[in-house]
Write a new protein. Structure first.
Length: 187
């Protein structure tokens, strides 16, 4: 099923993250002090252990030369989005393997090509989440807007981070199993 001429598979309702989960995580991670920092460090370690393909993909994006605002945005959004999936779905969240990640990346690339065939406007991956993960979409869009409003920000870096967060979100969305069953594969 294509959504408005999109190559992106729809996300089942059972795999949608509630925005309140993201807001709660933002509040928790926004605290200062050694306890909050230790929790963040433990979360990064869990991310790398439970989602090695996604962690490696995001590390590659963040490993490219990025200015401070884009780098901070990337670390923040990647961990908050992943934690939101972990908190929302727990054991129902499967590991995203290399094949699943590649399929997600390919669908985003095809969506970009479809967009280019329809318009000369630059491709913006954020709207891909509007219909599939509206809570995540709004949360990410707000943080990207704040980053882009910062003086002297590298727009290209922020846009690369935004795209990577969209890819991360879609890959995690497809890795959620329905209650009491195995993951649904929709092609």
């Amino acid at each position: 099923m294509l959504v408005h001429g999109s190559a992106i598979r729809p996300v089942p309702a059972f795999a949608r993250v509630d925005r309140r989960v993201l807001e709660d995580l933002e509040s928790e991670l926004g605290r200062d002090g050694p306890e909050a920092r230790a929790e963040l460090d433990r979360a990064f370690a869990r991310f790398e252990r439970t989602q090695p393909e996604l962690a490696a993909r995001f590390a590659a994006v963040l490993g490219d030369p990025l200015e401070e605002t884009a780098l901070a945005l990337g670390y923040f959004l990647s961990i908050v989005v992943w934690l939101a999936f972990e908190r929302s779905f727990g054991e129902r969240l499967d590991e995203v393997d290399a094949a699943a990640l590649e399929a997600t990346l390919a669908s985003v690339l095809v969506d970009e090509e479809l967009h280019a065939a329809r318009t000369r406007d630059p491709f913006e991956p954020g709207p891909l989440l509007d219909a599939t993960q509206p809570g995540v979409s709004t949360f990410v869009r707000e943080h990207v807007a704040v980053a882009l409003a910062a003086k002297g920000v590298d727009r290209t870096g922020v846009e690369r981070v935004n795209r990577a967060v969209v890819e991360l979100t879609l890959a995690l969305s497809y890795a959620v199993s329905p209650s009491g069953g195995s993951r649904v594969e929709a092609h």
